[in-house]
Design a protein around this ligand. Structure first.
Ligand code: S3P
Length: 172
């Protein structure tokens, strides 16, 4: 069954947009991070703290593949790093997959993450200035992987509803 995959940097709005899209097109939304937390019985922060990022990436890939094999039609919201590790970007091109990169500028990401970083181990301990620099560099490093998605939707200066309409048009 077809999987609709939303990807993009932390703070681009994957979960909020996927949630609204799910209600609009009546397809179940599964958030990969939440699924990982359920499976491991740990928060993402605790997985990073107790077992480190490499372990997190291993579980992330396993759970992503499990979801891709699910018999249900699903909207899957990836974590910001999912396409950038373990060749996961190759999975964005599978036959039964529609992958959509939610593209946001550094400014948009910074303004959304500034008050929302505590649950994100990669940026939780950074100062505002460090975070801006980190986002700029990290986004540049990751763009290659994000651009492997089949479609791109810009989220800058758009409401959630507008972005959802853009996605619905892609899926039509
Ligand atoms: C990560 C993004 C997070 C989460 C983890 C690592 C990343 O997901 O998977 O903290 O590497 O960018 P969100 O993009 O949903 O914040």
């Amino acid at each position: 069954m077809r999987k609709i995959i939303l990807l993009g940097y932390m703070g681009c709005g994957k979960s909020t947009i996927a949630d609204k899209l799910s209600k609009t097109i009546s397809i179940r939304f599964v958030d990969l991070d939440k699924k990982i937390e359920e499976k491991t019985n740990l928060s993402i922060n605790d997985i990073f703290k107790k077992y480190g990022e490499i372990y997190f990436r291993k579980v992330e890939r396993e759970v992503f593949i499990e979801l891709l094999h699910s018999p249900q039609q699903l909207i899957i919201g990836l974590g910001g790093g999912t396409p950038c590790y373990a060749n996961n970007h190759e999975l964005l091109k599978n036959e039964n997959v529609v992958s959509i990169y939610l593209k946001a500028s550094i400014e948009t990401l910074f303004s959304r993450l500034i008050s929302n970083r505590s649950k994100r181990p990669l940026i939780a301990s950074k100062s505002d200035e460090e975070m801006k620099e980190f986002i700029a560099k990290h986004l540049f490093d990751r763009s290659f992987y994000y651009n492997q998605a089949q479609y791109k939707v810009s989220v800058d200066d758009k409401t959630v509803d507008q972005t959802v309409l853009d996605i619905v048009a892609i899926l039509a």
